[in-house]
Design a protein around this ligand. Structure first.
Ligand SMILES: NC(=O)c1ccc[n+]([C@@H]2O[C@H](COP(=O)([O-])OP(=O)(O)OC[C@H]3O[C@@H](n4cnc5c(N)ncnc54)[C@H](OP(=O)(O)O)[C@@H]3O)[C@@H](O)[C@H]2O)c1
Ligand SMILES: [Zn+2]
Length: 344
């Protein structure tokens, strides 16, 4: 089968290769999926560029957002059949620890992500534990079915499960043209909260007006000042920040007294320089929300399938053009998801 491999750290052209490898066979309690669609995330770019903790084992294959058809079922699998159209929940866990038993799969000490720690879906076929497959609702085509899992599950965890956003509250979502940001903005709007978004260009801002009560261009002025103007000096109840060190202090300063900053990423770096008094003196909270558990995934799927929220698809590419997808995400030239179709 054909698969997109990262063979070294570097630019898309240096690092990405379309390889021909053995088609995997499903082991016990596993199924094999013929991949119909697999979306890219910032994570795929990080895997190619490398970060300090990385050990640099190559080749590696990313791709966490996967839809497809089960084409082979391994021994001891129950409840999943050949020919079923499915979406993959990307978190693999032990199923037995105190966290798993509590339904908190992403807290499992053995938690691994398909497409990050385990081979991902940027290939014609992929084997995954049968536990990880979820029936694809008929309302979603394969491309839409692959365009939401990581971003909407993470955003759901941030805003709903961890952030507890309520309809009468206000929320600020950073980088709302990106995957997680756009999902978070749509969820905030659908909850009924007053939703503000930041972005970096007029063109992106115009598109974000579909969901946002106001869009802030952070390249023009600090966004906490804009938030104060919009809220009569009060600040917002919740900030969803996935940008990291570049924005932390400004995000904290945009919060109301007692507000929550919910975080899931560190795109600009993990080491913010902040004044901790701006947190405790104002009763503010900083809450981690990396990905979501299986229930967050299912809850988000219900809204996606019902059309309450809609993953934005920037473009669909064949596997051969995957380097273009990486380049566009790295250069922040996409609005929404880049989806790859490995079998086309
Ligand atoms: N922990 C988890 O499980 C989890 C899950 C999903 C994502 N994440 C993390 O969340 C972050 C966002 O992921 P994503 O897939 O949504 O990324 P993405 O689609 O590439 O979106 C990132 C957006 O952030 C904005 N941005 C602001 N400052 C930036 C900067 N210094 N560098 C790059 N972008 C900047 C840009 O939007 P504007 O131009 O509109 O500002 C950009 O489009 C990543 O760090 C990712 O690793 C974590
Ligand atoms: Zn566990």
């Amino acid at each position: 089968m054909r698969a997109a491999h990262i063979t070294q750290y570097g630019s898309p052209d240096e690092a990405l290769e379309i390889a021909t490898v053995d088609t995997p066979e499903p082991g016990p309690e596993e199924v094999r999926i013929q991949v119909e669609a697999c979306a890219l995330n910032r994570l795929d770019v990080f895997a190619r560029l490398g970060h300090p903790e990385d050990e640099g084992d190559f080749p590696r294959r990313t791709g966490c957002d996967i839809s497809g058809v089960v084409d082979s079922v391994g021994p001891d699998v129950t409840g999943v059949e050949e020919g079923e159209s499915v979406i993959v929940y990307p978190g693999v866990t032990c199923g037995e620890c105190e966290f798993c038993l509590n339904g908190e799969h992403t807290m499992c000490p053995e938690y691994r992500i398909i497409g990050e720690d385990l081979p991902g879906g940027l290939a014609e076929y992929l084997t995954v534990p049968a536990w990880n497959v979820e029936p694809k609702p008929d309302e979603l085509d394969f491309v839409s079915a692959a365009a939401w899992p990581i971003t909407f599950t993470t955003a759901w965890r941030m805003l709903v499960t961890t952030g507890g956003l309520r309809p009468a509250e206000s929320a600020l979502v950073l980088g709302a043209s990106g995957g997680v940001g756009n999902a978070a903005l749509q969820i905030a709007e659908r909850i009924g909260a007053t939703a503000y978004a930041t972005t970096s260009s007029d063109e992106k801002a115009a598109r974000l007006e579909e969901w946002a009560d106001a869009v802030i261009d952070y390249t023009e002025a600090p966004f906490d000042e804009a938030v104060r103007d919009l809220t009569d000096g009060r600040g917002v109840d919740l900030v969803a920040d996935h940008v990291g060190q570049e924005t932390w202090q400004t995000s904290i300063d945009a919060l109301a007294m007692g507000g929550r900053m919910v975080i899931c990423g560190a795109t600009s770096g993990p080491d913010p320089d902040i004044d901790i008094r701006s947190v405790y003196q104002r009763h503010r909270q900083i809450l981690g929300a990396p990905m979501g558990n299986r229930q967050d995934f299912r809850d988000a799927l219900k809204w996606v399938a019902r059309g309450e929220v809609e993953p934005v698809i920037d473009r669909v590419l064949p596997l051969d053009d995957i380097a273009d997808g990486h380049r566009l995400i790295e250069d922040r030239e996409v609005f929404g998801k880049v989806v790859v179709r490995p079998n086309e």
